[in-house]
Design a protein around this ligand. Structure first.
Ligand SMILES: NC(=O)c1ccc[n+]([C@@H]2O[C@H](COP(=O)([O-])OP(=O)(O)OC[C@H]3O[C@@H](n4cnc5c(N)ncnc54)[C@H](OP(=O)(O)O)[C@@H]3O)[C@@H](O)[C@H]2O)c1
Length: 252
C-alpha cells in the first residue's frame, strides 16, 4: 500500500517512533515536516529525507499554534498530521512534581489537541486529511506508577474517538496507534528503564509501519496486535482483569 503523498507533519520526529515514521513517509514520496527539539538530529534527518525541520518545545503553551503556522508556511498545506511527540514519567504520584505533571499534560495532551484544532480547517476546506494519534496501551488499561502519563494518553484516545464521529463524511479521517513496549529512548528518558522480560519490546519501525497504515485505513492499530486482548478483557470483565493484572504486575 503506498503512503500518502503530499505533506505530513510528524511531531517528535527527532527520535524513536516519530523518526521511523518520517523515514517511511519520506521514502514513499511524502514531504515531511519534521518536528522535535533536538536541532542536530532534525537537521540530519531533514538532509536524509528531503524534509523540513521545525523546532518547538511543546511544553510551551503557545508552541503548538505557532508550529501549525510554521508548518503551513512551508508548503501551504498539511495533508497528514501525526501526533506522536510525547514523554513519560514513572514513579509514585506523590513524587511527581507539579511542574513535571503540567509538562506531561502539555506535551502529551494539550499540544496534540491544539495542533489538530489549528490544522483541521485547511483539511476540511480541501475535503481531505489524515490525523493519526500515537497513544499507548497505558491509556487503555492503566499502569501502576504512570497514572498521569496513562491519563494523558487516555485523554488523547477519547479526543480521537470523538473527533472521528465529528468528522464523519468530511473526508478527514482519524487513526489511532496503540503501542505497548517499544525499543526507543522513551524509557531511559522517563527515568526508569524497562526491565521486564514480557511483553517483549517491539521495534520503532514496526510501530511506524502501523502509523503509515493508519494514514491509509483509519482505525485502531495495536502494536503488537495481541494487546487488544487485555483491553477487551478489561472492557468485558473489569474485576477479573484487575485481579489478573495485580497478580502478573501492572507496571512497565
Ligand atoms: N517507547 C514506548 O514504549 C512507547 C509505548 C507507548 C507509547 N509511546 C508513545 O510514542 C511516542 C513516541 O515515543 P518514543 O518511544 O519514540 O520516544 P522517544 O524516542 O523518546 O521520542 C519522543 C519524541 O517526542 C519529542 N518530545 C518530547 N518532549 C517534547 C517537548 N517538550 N516538545 C517537543 N517534542 C518533545 C522528542 O523530541 P526531542 O528528542 O527533540 O526532545 C522525541 O522526538 C510518545 O508519545 C510515547 O508516549 C511510546
Amino acid at each position: 500500500m503506498p503512503a500518502p503523498r503530499g505533506t505530513a507533519l510528524v511531531t517528535g520526529a527527532s527520535s524513536g517512533i516519530g523518526e521511523a515514521t518520517a523515514r517511511l513517509l519520506a521514502a514513499a514520496g511524502t514531504h515531511v515536516l519534521l518536528h522535535g527539539r533536538d536541532r542536530e538530529r532534525l537537521a540530519a534527518l531533514a538532509a536524509q529525507t528531503g524534509g523540513t525541520a521545525l523546532e518547538a518545545d511543546l511544553a510551551d503553551p503557545e508552541a503548538a499554534g505557532k508550529l501549525a503556522e510554521r508548518a503551513l508556511a512551508v508548503t501551504g498545506r498539511v495533508d497528514t498530521l501525526v501526533n506522536n511527540a510525547g514523554l513519560g514519567w514513572a514513579g509514585p504520584l506523590t513524587e511527581l512534581s507539579p511542574e513535571l505533571l503540567a509538562r506531561l499534560v502539555a506535551v502529551n495532551l494539550t499540544a496534540p489537541l491544539e495542533l489538530t484544532r489549528a490544522l483541521l480547517p485547511g483539511m476540511l476546506a480541501r475535503g481531505h486529511g489524515r490525523i493519526v494519534f500515537v497513544t499507548s496501551i497505558a491509556g487503555r488499561t492503566g499502569v501502576a506508577g504512570e497514572a498521569v502519563y496513562a491519563a494523558t494518553k487516555s485523554g488523547l484516545d477519547a479526543f480521537a474517538d470523538s473527533l472521528r464521529f465529528e468528522l464523519h463524511g468530511t473526508g478527514v479521517d482519524v487513526g489511532v496507534v496503540v503501542p505497548g513496549v517499544v525499543r526507543t529512548a522513551f524509557f531511559e528518558r522517563r527515568g526508569r528503564p524497562y526491565t521486564r522480560t514480557t511483553p517483549r519490546p517491539v521495534s520503532a519501525q514496526r510501530v511506524a509501519a502501523a502509523v503509515v497504515r493508519a494514514t491509509h485505513r483509519p482505525g485502531d492499530y495495536y502494536v503488537p496486535r495481541w494487546l487488544r486482548v487485555p483491553v477487551a478483557l478489561r472492557g468485558a470483565v473489569p474485576g477479573a482483569y484487575r485481579a489478573l493484572a495485580m497478580r502478573f504486575g501492572a507496571e512497565s
